[in-house]
Design a protein around this ligand. Structure first.
Ligand code: ADP
Ligand code: MG
Length: 282
């Protein structure tokens, strides 16, 4: 049995947590690389003006590089701003440039501003022949609940929340969850939290275990069994424009991200195919 089976349908997963430094970018990058290395076509969209995801995937993101900004604010298609990566032929990336920092303000006057990313992804998938469509689209959000994250919640089917095994881990989570509820009620009925990933776990501290237990009690099966340990190789890799899987494949950081990706893929295989559009009226 294939440990990385194809998902029942294309999975658009928004990686969100308005708290900074919890492992959103690190998880997006390493899960994306893992899925791609094990044969699943993956598109990673960097939605943080810092462009850390782009950096970690070795994708240029200097001002002027075709980026997510052009797709959101101008009328570039997603295909026009999608770049290959060196990590895997299965992995593509839409980078973010610092221009994106202005996008939240520029978008305010744009029609259907919350739907820009969703439209962009839909158009992209429609244009691609089925055999080139990604199995996974991962969207890395900035550390805020502004219009960019809102676009990502409207674009996604699923939310993956990384939670750092630290003090105040759960602080702010209520606000994120109520934002997701609001989006589901008003903008995107298809969105729900599907996955919680515990990150930066330090097995030497009692606190890390307490936080992990608390998160598991609260979120039950949504929490992946795989836990990402705090591991220096994980934090070194982006400096070399690499994921930890390519930088140090034997490290615990690498093996834990592969395991988390395997679990994610196994769950994806259980998903029912997207329902076909209703037949046109006779
Ligand atoms: P976010 O995108 O949520 O702001 P990052 O993924 O950028 O968070 O992670 C914040 C910092 O923590 C980065 O410097 C990153 O390299 C480091 N980091 C993330 N995960 C780990 C880990 N498992 N072990 C060690 N350092 C980590
Ligand atoms: Mg980040």
């Amino acid at each position: 049995q294939d440990p990385f089976p194809r998902p029942g349908r294309i999975r658009v997963i928004t990686v969100a947590n308005q708290k900074g430094g919890v492992g959103k970018t690190t998880s997006t990058v390493n899960l994306g690389v893992a899925l791609a290395m094990y044969g699943l076509r993956t598109l990673v969209i960097d939605l943080d003006p810092q462009g850390n995801t782009s950096t970690a995937l070795g994708v240029e993101h200097t001002v002027g590089t075709p980026s997510i900004y052009d797709a959101l604010v101008s009328d570039a298609t997603l295909a026009e701003v999608t770049h290959p990566t060196t990590a895997s032929p299965n992995l593509h990336c839409v980078p973010a440039t610092i221009d994106l920092a202005g996008a939240e303000i520029e978008l305010v006057s744009v029609v259907a501003r919350e739907h820009r990313l969703r439209r962009s992804i839909e158009g992209y998938l429609d244009e691609l022949p089925p055999e080139e469509r990604p199995h996974y689209v991962l969207i890395d959000c900035p550390p805020s609940l502004g219009l960019l994250t809102l676009n990502a919640l409207v674009a996604g089917d699923e939310v993956l929340i990384p939670i750092q095994c630290e003090y105040y881990a759960l602080e702010g989570l209520g606000q994120l969850l109520s934002n997701i509820d609001l989006v589901r009620a008003h903008l995107n009925p298809g969105i729900s939290v599907s996955t919680i990933l515990l990150t930066m776990y330090d097995g030497r501290t009692k606190l890390a275990d307490q936080v992990a237990d608390e998160v598991r009690n609260h979120f039950g099966e949504l929490v992946l069994t795989a836990v990402i340990p705090r591991n220096v190789r994980v934090s070194e890799a982006p400096g070399y424009g690499q994921s930890v899987l390519t930088y140090d494949p034997g490290s615990r950081g690498s093996t834990s991200y592969v395991e988390a990706a395997r679990e994610l893929a196994a769950r994806g295989a259980q998903l029912a195919p997207a329902s076909p559009p209703p037949p046109p009226p006779a």
